[in-house]
Design a protein around this ligand. Structure first.
Ligand SMILES: NC(=O)c1ccc[n+]([C@@H]2O[C@H](COP(=O)([O-])OP(=O)(O)OC[C@H]3O[C@@H](n4cnc5c(N)ncnc54)[C@H](O)[C@@H]3O)[C@@H](O)[C@H]2O)c1
Ligand SMILES: [Zn+2]
Length: 711
C-alpha cells in the first residue's frame, strides 16, 4: 500500500513532528493525519509498527489538541473520528453487535484528576465510584454466546467489523465453549476480552523459534495477535493462549429484552428488577461465576479518584512480577446508569479511561558495536545506541547476542532501531528500521581475533557463538572473578564488580586465588579505602571460605553449570576433587545432567590448570568438602521430602528457608503437584495455596511450624 519512498517520507515527517521541527499547526494538519494513518496501517494491518506506542500516542494527542482548539478543522476521515484498525482478507468479516471502541489514554495523576472532574460535572456527584482493573496487553476479542453455546469469536478489526476466528478462539482453554447464561435469564450475549500469552510461554515460544531458525517475535502482544490469526487452528492450540474477559457489551434476556452499551433503552432496562447486574463490578462477578476468567480478583472498586491513582501506582510497581504483560490500568465508572448518562464519542466511551504505564519502547540509533569477552570466552556483540529513557531507566548499550541474531534482525551500524525493555528488565532491540536507511549504514563485522588477548577465535559447528579459547585470556579471568564473588556464587559482600575491575587494573588481583591473597596494605593506600571498609572486606573474604560446596562449584563458572546443577554435583561427592574421577557416563547418571553438561564438567576437571587452582584455593583455606555429609545423621532428617514456599515469610528469607530444607536432605519443588509433601505458607499466599488444598496428600504448614521441624 505504501511505497518505499512514501514510507521514507512519512517516517521523516514522523521524526520532524516528534522533534517539533515541523510545527503542529493548522497548515500541517493534513500531513499529521497522513502520518497517523500510515502508522495505524503498519500497526494494525501489517502488525509491524515503526514507532513506539508512546510516540504514536504523542502524535495522536497533538491532533486531538488541534481539533479541540478549532472543531471546524475536524474532517470525517480524521484518525480521531473512527476506531481505526484495518482488516486483512484472510478470515471472513463479521459485524460486531456493538462497535468495539478504543480507550482514552492518561499518563499521570493529573490526567486522571482532570477526567474525574469532568465525570463529576456531568454526573452531578461529589464522588464517583470507579472499578479499576489491569489493562491486559494482548489482542482484543469479542465472543458471542447464544442459548448457552459459544457461536462466534471475532477480532476487533476496524471496530465495526472484525475477522471471524471462531475455530481459533475455541483453542483457548480459558474460554468456555458453553456457559449457563440461562441461569441468569440471558439468551444471547456479546462479551469482550483480551487474548494474551504469558511471559513464560512467550519466552519458551521464542526459544523454540530461535532453535528452529525462525525470526523472533518482539513481545507477547504480537505473539498473541499473530497466534489468533493462524490459518490452522492446531497451530493456535500449540501456542497455549489465555484470555481475560472484562466487558459485557450486549445481551438479550429470555423475555426478548435487549440491553446494550448502545441502545437508548438500556437505562430503562437497567431499572428493571430482573436484570442480572447494574454495575460493572457485578458483571465481572457474573462472568466469574459462569466460569470465565474475568479480572474478578484483580479489580478494585474505589470511591473517589485518589484511591484510583493509588491502585494504579500499586499495580505499576508490581508489573514485573505478574505472569503476563499489562501496559496500564483501565478505570471504569462502576454504575451502569451513570455510564449511560456519560455516553461515548465515536472513538471511546466517556465512562472509561486507560492509565498507561511508563513507555517501554523507544526508537534510537545504533551507533557502534563493541565486543565483550565473557568468562567462558564467548564473544558477545554489544550495541551502543543513542541513550533513550525507557520505563524509568536510561538505556545506552544492548546485547545483540551473536551473528545469527544480527542477521535475523538485519542490524547495521547507523540504523534507526526500535528498542524495548519488556517485563524481564533486560532491554532488547526489537528490530531495525531498514525503511529509513540512507545508504551510509555499515555492516557489523565480527572480529576474527579476541579483542582482549588477540588469540584467534573459534566457533563450534553446532553453536552460534565465537569463543576465545585462551584460558589465560585477561578478559575471561576478570569475568571469572566477578562471577566467583557474586551473590549467588561464593557471595563476598563488599566486593563488587567495580572493586574487582579496579584491583585487577592496578595489578593487585591477577586471578581467582588472588582474592584470598590480597595485599591490604596496598589497598589501604587507595582512595576511598579506610580502615573500616578494609576490615569489612577482609571479614567477608574470610567468611566466604566456609561457604557450602555447591556455592564453590557454581562459583567456578563451569560452562552450563547453573545453581541447580552445582547442587546436584555437590550432593554427589564428598569433596570437590571427587569430581575429577567421575566419567562422563557417571556424570550423566546424575539428575538432570545431559551429555553437553556432563562433557563440559568433565573437561573442566580434566584441565590441570583448573585442578592446580583448586589446590591453591584449598591451601588458602577455602572449604572443599561436602559439609552436609560430614555432619552425619542430620543429612537424612528430611530424607528427600519435598517442600514449596508461597507468600511472604516474616522470619526467614525465602532463600534461607530453601537452603535449610536442602541442608537437611529435603528438596525444593517448583510448583504444586501430587509429588509435593509440604507447602509452607507465608502471608498473602495466593493461588498456590488454593491449588494445594485440593490435593489431600500435601501438608500445609506455616512458618513457625516449619521452623519447629528444622530444629
Ligand atoms: N506504534 C504504533 O505505530 C501504533 C499505531 C497505532 C496504534 N498504536 C497503539 O495502539 C493504541 C491504540 O490501540 P487501541 O485502540 O487498541 O487502544 P489501547 O490499546 O490504548 O486501549 C484499548 C484496548 O485496551 C484493551 N484492554 C485491555 N484490558 C482492558 C480492560 N480491562 N478493559 C477494557 N479494555 C482493555 C482492549 O483491547 C481495548 O481495545 C495506541 O494507544 C497506541 O499505543 C501504536
Ligand atoms: Zn581472549
Amino acid at each position: 500500500m505504501y511505497s518505499l519512498q512514501q514510507t521514507k517520507e512519512l517516517q521523516q515527517a514522523t521524526a520532524d513532528f516528534l522533534q517539533q521541527r515541523i510545527p503542529a499547526d493548522q497548515q500541517n494538519i493534513q500531513l499529521l493525519r497522513s502520518v497517523l494513518r500510515f502508522h495505524e496501517y503498519r500497526y494494525y494491518v501489517l502488525n509491524d509498527p515503526l514507532i513506539s506506542d508512546y510516540e504514536y500516542d504523542t502524535l495522536y494527542k497533538v491532533l486531538v489538541a488541534l481539533e479541540t482548539a478549532d472543531p471546524t478543522l475536524v474532517t470525517p476521515d480524521s484518525p480521531t473520528q473512527r476506531v481505526g484498525k484495518g482488516l486483512t482478507k484472510v478470515f471472513p468479516t463479521v459485524q460486531h453487535l456493538v462497535p468495539m471502541l478504543s480507550l482514552e489514554n492518561s499518563y499521570d495523576a493529573e490526567d486522571l484528576q482532570d477526567w474525574d472532574r469532568k465525570v463529576r460535572e456531568l454526573s452531578g456527584l461529589d464522588a464517583v465510584e470507579y472499578c479499576v482493573e489491569p489493562k491486559f496487553d494482548g489482542a482484543s476479542i469479542s465472543l458471542v454466546y447464544e442459548h448457552n453455546q459459544l457461536v462466534r469469536g471475532v477480532t476487533r478489526g476496524d471496530g465495526v467489523q472484525g475477522e471471524d476466528i471462531t475455530n481459533n478462539i475455541k483453542q483457548v482453554r480459558s474460554i468456555p465453549l458453553s456457559a449457563d447464561f440461562r441461569r441468569y435469564g440471558i439468551e444471547e450475549i456479546e462479551i469482550r476480552g483480551e487474548v494474551i500469552m504469558t511471559k513464560n510461554k512467550f519466552k519458551k515460544f521464542n526459544d523454540q523459534r530461535m532453535e528452529a531458525g525462525l525470526p523472533l517475535l518482539a513481545n507477547p502482544r504480537n505473539a498473541a495477535s499473530g497466534s489468533l490469526r493462524m490459518i490452522d487452528p492446531k497451530e493456535t492450540a500449540k501456542r497455549g493462549l489465555e484470555a481475560f474477559l472484562y466487558h459485557i457489551s450486549d445481551y438479550t434476556t429470555t423475555e426478548g429484552v435487549r440491553v446494550s452499551d448502545e441502545t437508548d433503552h438500556s437505562k430503562e432496562n437497567l431499572e428493571r428488577k430482573d436484570v442480572p447486574f447494574t454495575t460493572h463490578a457485578q458483571s465481572l462477578e457474573l462472568l466469574w461465576q459462569l466460569g470465565f476468567r474475568s479480572p474478578e480478583k484483580e479489580k478494585k472498586v474505589v470511591k473517589g479518584i485518589q484511591g484510583v491513582i493509588d491502585y494504579c501506582h500499586e499495580y505499576e510497581s508490581k508489573r514485573d512480577d505478574l505472569p503476563y504483560e499489562i501496559d496500564g490500568m483501565v478505570i471504569k465508572v462502576n454504575d451502569l446508569h451513570l455510564q449511560d448518562k456519560l455516553g461515548m464519542t465515536s472513538h471511546h466511551p466517556r465512562w472509561a479511561m486507560a492509565f498507561k504505564f511508563k513507555a517501554r519502547q523507544a526508537t534510537s540509533k545504533l551507533k557502534a558495536v563493541e565486543f565483550n569477552v565473557g568468562r567462558t570466552g564467548a564473544v558477545t556483540p554489544v550495541a551502543k545506541i543513542d541513550p533513550v529513557h525507557i520505563g524509568g531507566v536510561t538505556v545506552g548499550s544492548i546485547s545483540i547476542h551473536n551473528e545469527e541474531y544480527i542477521r535475523e534482525k538485519d542490524l547495521k551500524i547507523g540504523d534507526a532501531v526500535l528498542v524495548e525493555r519488556a517485563g524481564d528488565v533486560i532491554p532488547q532491540i526489537v528490530k531495525s528500521l531498514p525503511e529509513l536507511r540512507t545508504g551510509e549504514e555499515t555492516t557489523i563485522v565480527f572480529p576474527t581475533h579476541c579483542p582482549a588477548c588477540g588469540s584467534q577465535l573459534f566457533k563450534e559447528e553446532s553453536e552460534a557463538v565465537w569463543r576465545c579459547v585462551n584460558i589465560e585470556c585477561p578478559a575471561q579471568t576478570l569475568e571469572r572473578m566477578i562471577h566467583f564473588v557474586s551473590k549467588d556464587a561464593i557471595d563476598i559482600k563488599h566486593f563488587g564488580e567495580a572493586n574487582i575491575r579496579k584491583f585487577n587494573a592496578l595489578g593487585l588481583l591477577p586471578d581467582v586465588p588472588g582474592i584470598y591473597k590480597l595485599n591490604y596494605d596496598k589497598i589501604a593506600e587507595l582512595e576511598g579505602f579506610g580502615k573500616k571498609s578494609i576490615d569489612n572486606l577482609r571479614n567477608a573474604i574470610e567468611a566466604s571460605k566456609q561457604q557450602p560446596l555447591h556455592r564453590l562449584i557454581y562459583a567456578l563458572g563451569i560452562r552450563y553449570v547453573g545453581e541447580t546443577t552445582a547442587k546436584t554435583l555437590a550432593n554427589a561427592v564428598n569433596n570437590v576433587f571427587d569430581l575429577q574421577n567421575k566419567s562422563i557416563e557417571e556424570l550423566q547418571g546424575l539428575e538432570d545432567i545431559g551429555v553437553k553438561v556432563a562433557a563440559s564438567i568433565h573437561q573442566f576437571f580434566e584441565n590441570a590448570q583448573n585442578i592446580e587452582m583448586l589446590h591453591e584455593l584449598q591451601l588458602l583455606g577455602v572449604h572443599m568438602n561436602n559439609q552436609k555429609k560430614e555432619s552425619n545423621g542430620e543429612k537424612n532428617m528430611l530424607d528427600n521430602q519435598t517442600f514449596l514456599f508461597t507468600g511472604s515469610l516474616s522470619k526467614l528469607k525465602r532463600s534461607e528457608a530453601e537452603e535449610m530444607v536442602e541442608q537437611h536432605g529435603g528438596k525444593i519443588m517448583s510448583g504444586i503437584s501430587s509429588k509435593l509433601n509440604y507447602l509452607v505458607v507465608g502471608e498473602d499466599a495466593g493461588s498456590k495455596l488454593e491449588k494445594a488444598k485440593k490435593i489431600t496428600t500435601i501438608k500445609i504448614i506455616n512458618e513457625d511450624e516449619f521452623l519447629k521441624m528444622m530444629e
